[in-house]
Every structure is written in C-alpha cells, then in structure tokens.
Design a protein around this ligand. Structure first.
Ligand code: UDP
Length: 334
C-alpha cells in the first residue's frame, strides 16, 4: 500500500511511519515541521519506500499532489494542544479546521480512505465522574472567552466535517479520539518541548527538584502507549464496520496526577517534594482543567481485537530508561 501520513514528522506520525515502512509499505509524509522534527524524517530516510514533503496542510496544491498519489491517508497533522491554542489561536484554529477540510475534500475527490486523528479534548468538561467517557456522550465545551476550548472545538469541527464528507460525498473515514498518548520521543526537539506531564515529572524527580503538580492533583488521566495507539488505528482502518464511526483510542491506565507524581518518585528513588501549584499560576486566569478523562473502550473492543499492552509501570519505566539514555549520551558527547 501507498500511505500518506500528514503530520508524519511528529511524535505519533513518525512511529506510525516506521511501523508501516517496516511492514514493507510505501510511506509519504507531509509535515510543515511546526512541531514535527526534521530529525524524525532523517531517521526514516533509511527506508527505500519513504518520501517526505515539507508543506502545510492548508496548502491546497501540496495536499492535492500528495493525496492524488496515495491509497490511504492517516491525517495526524494538527496544531496540537491546549497551550498552543492559548498562545497562537489563529495558527491553531486555521490549521485544524481549514487544513483538515482540505484533506477531507481532496480525499473525497480522489476516493482515498482517511483516518482522522481527533482528541479526547472533544469531550470538553464532561468529567465522566461516575462512568467513563463514551463516544455517544454529549460534549460540554466551555465559554468562548476561555481560549483553551478553541482546541476542543476545532477537533469537534474536524469530526463534523469528516462525517459530512462521509455522508454526502461517500468519503471512507474513520475517526479516533486519542487519550494522553505517551511513549519514546525520538527527536531532540520534541524532547525539549516538554509540556507533557510524564517527562516533566521524571526530569524534576531526577534532578531532586520539587515535582510540580498543577491544581490539587486529583485530576485523573489515562495514559496510552503510542505502540498501542498504532495497533488500534491500523486495525480500525482494516475493518469496514469502522467507516463513518468515532472511536476512543485509549487505555485503562487511569491514574490521578498526584499518584503519578508518587509513582515517579518511587520509580526514580527520588527524594523530591511534591508541590501543588494553582492552575492560574501556570495558564493565567480563567483556565479550566478537566477532572477525569478516561475512555470507555467498549466500542473499539467490539470492533477490533484491541487490548492495550502497556501498563502504567511499563510506561514509566520506559520513560525513565529513555531519560537515563539521553543523559548518558549527552554526558558522553560532552
Ligand atoms: N500537569 C502537571 N504538571 C506538569 C504538567 C502537567 O500537574 O508539569 C497536569 C496537567 O495540568 C493535567 C495533567 O497533568 O491535568 C496532564 O497534562 P498533560 O499536559 O500531559 O496532558 P493534558 O491531559 O493536559 O492534555
């Protein structure tokens, strides 16, 4: 098969590209390198069937050229994350909405099947207090004056567009809502962009600095290893029942952020204090965090044989090993 991966230089995209290339497929990645990393591309050039184009998904010509030549698209390119939308709203919102519309329209035109990467952010403030978040649940997005909700809205709009193209123009599309995807980050640039909680806690613990928990730490998250995500999305693209459907792509690794800090302390043998910091101090006033965000996996499990392999201990051990390896190689280089 000939695959196009938009956002292929990013964290999930580069893992997916390596997986598909290992299977002998052709892979073309399209990435504007805004958060993707040229180092990820360089690593893939050892595969004969690999190509890359540096272009933005808002660039109609570039997207058209790429889609016209492929069999399937994994559309992962997006301006990702709450922090980004708060700082660069125009860039985030136009990339996610206009860029995705380009991909969907052209894929419909060329009759190419698409996987659309969405996000658990789409659920908004629905906490799943008593139950897990399930695909048919209502979404509860906060006021437009609170900029963080722009990201959730942009991904929700992507899902609406995908569904509309499917129904009105026969586009084959599968939608996955990702829940806190973690795993080996293979490029230096992305390591430096350490907004994510696990690498931050490990770094703080290893340096003996306070582990900084935002809010009171009672918020719950489910962390999903990138390897499990890739198994899920590639399997979903191979079953006809998945077309036109939205799936939670997550795990049962639910943990509170305070417990996560404790686990990191334990696994690193660190004597760091655990410090709580009000959200406003980090994100400015009016920030709203989500209390519980964990997926109901009934739908995906009834559609494909999905059983995430990585539990929390394995995820943390791998992240610590990666940290130690990086420190070792920095020392050796120095
Ligand atoms: N978090 C934290 N300390 C950090 C970074 C993040 O306590 O240094 C919290 C963050 O507020 C959120 C959770 O950890 O409640 C997960 O954050 P992350 O950015 O990894 O993913 P999110 O769930 O916000 O998309």
């Amino acid at each position: 098969m000939n695959y196009l991966i938009t956002g292929g230089a990013g964290f999930i995209g580069s893992h997916l590209a390596a997986y598909l290339l290992e299977q002998g497929h052709q892979v073309h990645i399209l990435d504007n390198l805004s958060t993707g990393d040229p180092e990820n591309i360089r690593k893939l050039t050892r595969y004969q069937h690999f190509r890359s184009t540096v272009a933005d998904i808002r660039d109609v010509e570039a997207v058209e050229q790429a889609i016209a030549r492929c069999d399937q698209v994994y559309h992962l390119a997006a301006s990702v994350g709450v922090k980004k939308v708060m700082e660069q709203g125009v860039e985030t919102l136009t990339t996610n909405v206009l860029g995705t519309e380009n991909v969907l329209r052209l894929a419909a035109h060329y009759r190419v099947k698409v996987f659309l990467a969405s996000s658990s952010e789409v659920y908004g403030k629905v906490q799943g207090e008593d139950s897990l978040l399930s695909e048919a649940d209502d979404c509860l997005i906060g006021a437009t004056s609170k900029k963080r909700w722009g990201y959730a809205c942009s991904k929700a709009m992507d899902e609406f567009l995908a569904k509309a193209y499917q129904e009105e123009q026969n586009l084959d599309v599968v939608i996955g809502r990702f829940f806190n995807v973690v795993g080996a980050v293979t490029s230096a640039n992305q390591k430096n962009d350490n907004g994510k909680v696990i690498p931050r806690f490990i770094d703080q613990a290893m340096k003996g600095e306070p582990i900084r928990v935002y809010g009171d730490g009672s918020q719950l998250r489910s962390f999903t290893h990138v390897t499990d995500v890739i198994q899920a999305v590639t399997a979903l693209m191979n079953v006809p029942e998945a077309v036109g459907e939205v799936f939670n792509v997550g795990s049962e690794n639910e943990v509170s952020i305070r417990d996560l800090a404790e686990k990191v302390k334990q696994i690193t043998g660190s004597s760091s204090q655990i410090q709580t910091i009000p959200f406003e101090q980090i994100y400015g006033s009016g920030f709203e965090d989500i209390g519980r965000r964990s997926p109901d996996l009934t739908k995906i499990k009834s559609t494909i044989p999905y059983k995430p392999q990585f539990d929390m201990d394995q995820i943390l051990q791998e992240a610590v090993n990666e940290y130690l390896r990086d420190k070792g190689s920095t020392k050796a280089a120095g």
